[in-house]
Design a protein around this ligand. Structure first.
Ligand SMILES: *Cc1c(COP(=O)(O)O)cnc(C)c1O
Length: 351
């Protein structure tokens, strides 16, 4: 009875399961790649100033102030920028706008698990391409007829970075379908592919303010590409929700892009914390994949990942474990504050 009224597609859905957000005090929360530092003080000022009578009115359906701030930041035209309620929403629109094709889309076997979920929702065929032995994307493996290609760069949950040169090789070999680079973690040491969008009409780059700009709670994501791709996304958005960006998200997002100094300072602190933690984990005997993200992906040659995760949890430290083929022995550990990383290292030493 419970599914009696459901449409067939809903019966078949396998929804994404977000990392836990436990309501426990004093937790060392290293499981969802949130930023340990607060948002820029300028974001708070902008949001406070926008809490007024004008909330009575609908926001700008085009979020043009936010698009302009992003366009200025990346030196592109506003017509090349799309914004949405988190990059998850942007990605959902991307799948419908570009990937619902006769041929399957391609993405890595070990990657962001939401991609399969969108394929289920929009009834899109996909084919996964295995990462190589070093858990890296090899673009030579993507020479297949396809309805589109998507991968995170750096990849999640491995943290491994693909060079811009490799991305260009892929674009040159694949001119006829859209290639999406999901740059959720690019600010922690990678180089954005936005510099390539004017050369490649099939390239779309997505980003989020959730990780490097400490605004996971505000829900702001974006895409940059040539105007013809953005127009397709606007068509989907305006067939779904005219006002995905509320007034507070628009002004907060603008302030986040304007405060470059704070952004650079917090990103650098996370990069320094990552290099230190990676070394400490190696000293404890872990294999640590090279990371360009705000997390590390590590395995211990003699200890079961599930058991390490359970033992850490006893000490109120939460990390992410994926019960998936090839990566069952790995833990994904978000870079926290110096104190949080030290608490983790002490707990691991005690184990
Ligand atoms: C976190 C993440 C996102 C989603 O970010 P939101 O903007 O918070 O929706 C997208 N892609 C990858 C690879 C991520 O890790």
């Amino acid at each position: 009875m419970s599914q009696h009224y459901w449409s067939p597609v809903v019966r078949g859905l396998v929804p994404y399961v977000p990392g836990e957000q436990p309501k426990v005090a004093n937790l060392v929360k290293l499981n969802t790649n949130e930023n340990p530092y607060p948002p820029s003080p300028k974001v708070f000022e902008a949001i406070h100033a926008a809490v007024n009578d004008s909330l009575r009115l609908y926001p700008d359906p085009d979020a043009s102030a936010l698009k302009k701030a992003i366009a200025d930041y990346y030196a592109v035209d506003s017509s090349q920028v799309f914004v949405g309620n988190g990059s998850d929403e942007v990605l959902a629109h991307v799948f419908l706008a570009f990937f619902k094709q006769a041929q399957p889309i391609l993405f890595p076997d070990i990657s962001y698990s939401f991609y399969k979920v969108y394929c289920g929702l929009y009834e899109i065929d996909y084919r996964t391409i295995p990462l190589n032995e070093q858990f890296q994307i090899d673009v030579a493996d993507y020479h297949h007829v396809n309805g589109g290609i998507i991968f995170p760069n750096p990849n999640a949950p491995t943290g491994c970075l693909l060079s811009l040169a490799a991305i260009e090789t892929l674009l040159q070999a694949n001119p006829d379908s859209v290639v999406v680079v999901d740059e959720a973690y690019i600010d922690f040491g990678g180089e954005t592919a936005i510099s390539l969008v004017n050369q490649y009409p099939q390239l779309l780059v997505t980003q989020t303010l959730s990780k490097s700009r400490s605004l996971a709670g505000l829900r702001v994501g974006l895409a940059v590409g040539q105007a013809h791709l953005i127009e397709a996304l606007e068509r989907v958005k305006n067939s779904f929700n005219s006002y995905p960006m509320d007034k507070l998200a628009i002004v907060g997002g603008v302030a986040a892009f304007e405060d470059k100094a704070y952004f650079q300072q917090t990103c650098q602190a996370i990069i320094d914390g990552r290099e230190l933690l990676a070394q400490q984990l190696k000293d404890l005997g872990f294999d640590v994949l090279p990371s360009a993200a705000n997390f590390v992906f590590a395995r211990h040659p003699h200890k079961e990942a599930v058991q390490i995760a359970a033992a850490l949890r006893e000490k109120a430290i939460i990390v992410r474990h994926f019960k998936l083929p090839r990566i069952e022995q790995f833990l994904r550990i978000t870079i926290g504050t110096e104190a949080e990383s030290q608490a983790l290292v002490e707990a691991l030493k005690a184990l």
